[in-house]
Design a protein around this ligand. Structure first.
Ligand code: ATP
Ligand code: MG
Length: 139
């Protein structure tokens, strides 16, 4: 059993597709074990994406991520890290497979609706960045 952190980014909340994104995970049997809405400060968004601090898109990305509320969640299931990444689709929605979240809802490579941890080490740091163990409800 594995856990991953996912975020519905400000564009997803603004487009009112939160429920549809959750349904796309639930339909695949992935369980939501923690969920909340937050409005990230620029600093908290910078901390979250600090691996990208030297990339040219870092300032724009963190401004976008702090531009409105997000929905953060912990998802659980077998091989959930890879399965969530598959359901999300490629970073660039133009390259994302049909039927993926990003292909269905995203407008551009930055405003791409959803985040998912990219491996076990990222999941292990990203989950406690937003949730205490008491907020995670194993099922
Ligand atoms: P995420 O980490 O959000 O799940 P990802 O792992 O598919 O996405 P990363 O390479 O980690 O992609 O990039 C993090 C985020 O930075 C992307 O989801 C996107 O919002 C933004 N981003 C990535 N590449 C670019 C780019 N070339 N131009 C603008 N924004 C970008
Ligand atoms: Mg990433």
């Amino acid at each position: 059993m594995q856990r991953t952190l996912s975020i519905i980014k400000p564009d997803g909340v603004r487009k009112q597709v939160t429920g549809k994104v959750l349904a796309m995970f639930e339909e695949k049997g992935i369980r939501t074990v923690a969920l909340k809405m937050l409005h990230l400060t620029k600093e908290r968004a910078m901390g979250f994406y600090k691996v990208h601090k030297d990339r040219p898109f870092f300032d724009s990305l963190t401004t976008f991520m702090s531009s409105g509320p997000v929905v953060v969640m912990v998802l659980e299931g077998d091989d959930v890290i890879n399965r969530v990444r598959t359901i999300m689709g490629a970073t660039d929605p133009k390259k994302a497979d049909r039927g993926t979240i990003r292909n269905t809802f995203a407008s551009d490579i930055e405003k791409n609706i959803v985040h998912g941890s990219d491996g076990p080490e990222s999941a292990a740091t990203e989950i406690p960045y937003f949730f205490s163990e008491m907020e995670i409800h194993a099922q």
